[in-house]
Design a protein around this ligand. Structure first.
Ligand SMILES: [Cu+2]
Length: 480
């Protein structure tokens, strides 16, 4: 027995060097770097290696929102910076190259680094220079990197952040699709949506009053043609980080549930079935979810004025077969009148349908529909909200084309649109209203606020509803 035991220990000791000793680093390779929302391919290596990372800092004028430009400071020409993917145990030779056109020096603090300043001092680089330092990735996880040159918050507020994933030795479970999204807050002298080239506003930054809070560096970086895409049946892993400098994200995807999360970008799945997860500035999370049904899922910071007024909104468009058991879509819409509610169902207070006999009726009934269904976004006087919801008052878009206006209400609308010379790029959900209601509400809108007094009939709505919507620009509850 004793003999057996010591034999066992001897065997264990003999095999120890193969499995436990600090892994020998074999060979070298150049890291594959990607721009968001792309992620470099999973690491298939079963050994540690020397990884050479070449990252270029470029100061660059780019779009912040429609009509709004900003001089971003970037790692690799985009915000967020390039995604770096390495393996636990890798030894990284990091080259930070500051473009000769830069106005100021920059550096990098990678949260994956163990050592002074996360590399900040060692990588301090004047314009037109390159610095090299190296580190060993001893902790796996998802880490933010950012500039740490004074004033640090300003460098970050100009877009200087990205992420590095250190895969654990055993790798990560296979998924069908990986995505890279970061949230950041921006501070401009002008108000939200004020056009032109906007300078950084230090006072707003110090007061933590962001002008924009966005995903992937600009308003609309993940909407319209830039929407994320996936298919029903796929499992998605999303690497989500917050560059900040100041604002944590209450990260949520409307219509989806995070099946698994690695909170704070750590290596353990320590929660499942989560609706909203909080991610601090300089922090990250990994969320995974399976896509069961087709939909346009909406990524938001669930502090919702950030999403709807400051930009923190993105779309994940998922195509594929429906599953009416998991999600049926709207099945019926009937009159609901609780007994004893005291509300008498009369021609002008009944919810729907109300049959209008005259244009005056249409306008009167339409006003109520407007109040219940449109006012929240387009405002009581049809003025809309600049930068978020286009006006219906004297709207050239509305007045030019009745059919198009009907289609907008029936199917919803998303993507770039110009109304009275102002650009919008957002989402109007398809309205769940019957033909009579839509005829009434549009007749009401047309009859008010300097509009063209067109009359819309239920028959016209019916025709538009049965026609095929122009695929890319419209959507509705049932996925058309
Ligand atoms: Cu910098």
């Amino acid at each position: 027995m004793k003999l057996l035991k010591s034999l066992g220990i001897a065997l264990l000791l003999a095999s120890t060097p193969l499995t436990f000793a600090a892994e020998a680093v074999k060979g070298e390779e150049h890291a594959i770097l990607t721009d968001a929302p792309d992620v470099p391919p999973p690491i298939t290596r079963t050994y540690a290696t020397k990884v050479i990372v070449n990252l270029e800092v470029i100061e660059k004028k780019m779009r912040m929102a429609d009509g709004v430009e900003y001089v971003f400071w970037t790692y690799g020409g985009k915000v967020p910076g390039k995604f770096i993917r390495i393996r636990e145990g890798d030894e990284v030779e990091f080259h930070l190259n500051n473009h000769p056109s830069s106005k100021v020096p920059h550096n990098i603090d990678l949260h994956a680094v163990t050592g002074q300043g996360g590399g900040a001092g060692a990588s301090f680089t004047a314009p037109g220079h390159s610095s090299v330092f190296s580190f060993k990735a001893i902790n796996p996880g998802l880490y933010v990197y950012h500039c740490a040159t004074a004033p640090v918050a300003m460098h970050i507020a100009n877009g200087m952040y990205g992420m590095i994933l250190v895969e654990p030795k055993e790798g990560m479970p296979k998924v069908d699709r990986e995505l890279y999204v970061m949230q950041g807050d921006f501070y401009t002298k002008g108000k939200t949506s004020e056009p032109g080239l906007q300078p950084f506003d230090m006072e707003k930054a110090v007061d933590e009053r962001p002008t924009y809070i966005v995903f992937n560096g600009s308003v609309g970086a993940l909407t319209g043609d830039n929407s994320l895409k996936a298919k029903v049946g796929e499992t998605v892993r999303l690497y989500f980080g917050v560059g900040g400098p100041n604002v944590a994200s209450n990260f949520h995807i409307i219509g989806e549930i995070f099946d698994r999360i690695y909170p704070e970008g750590g290596t353990k799945i320590i929660n499942e079935n989560v609706q909203t997860t909080i991610v601090p500035p300089g922090g990250a999370t990994i969320v995974e979810f399976k896509l069961e049904v087709p939909a346009t899922y909406v990524l938001v910071d669930h502090a919702l004025t950030r999403a709807f007024n400051k930009g923190a909104l993105g779309l994940l468009k998922v195509d594929g077969p429906e599953d009416k058991i998991i999600y049926s879509g709207k099945q019926t819409d009937t009159v609901y009148q609780p007994e004893g509610s005291g509300i008498q169902k009369t021609a002008d207070s009944a919810p729907a349908p109300v049959i209008a006999k005259t244009t005056q009726d249409r306008i009167k009934f339409g006003q109520r529909i407007y109040t219940n269904n449109c006012l929240a976004c387009h405002q009581g006087n049809g003025s809309g909200i600049k930068g978020a919801f286009p006006p219906l008052a004297k709207s050239d878009y509305l007045n030019a084309d009745k059919k198009r206006a009907i289609a907008t209400v029936v199917h919803g609308r998303e993507g770039p649109i110009v109304v009275n010379g102002e650009k919008y790029n957002s989402v109007m959900p398809g309205q769940v209203l019957n033909d009579e209601d839509i005829a009434n509400v549009l007749t009401y809108v047309y009859s008010n606020w300097g509009n063209s007094k067109k009359v819309v009939t239920p028959a016209e709505v019916k025709t538009v509803r049965s026609a095929k919507p122009a695929a890319a620009k419209t959507k509705s509850e049932d996925g058309h």
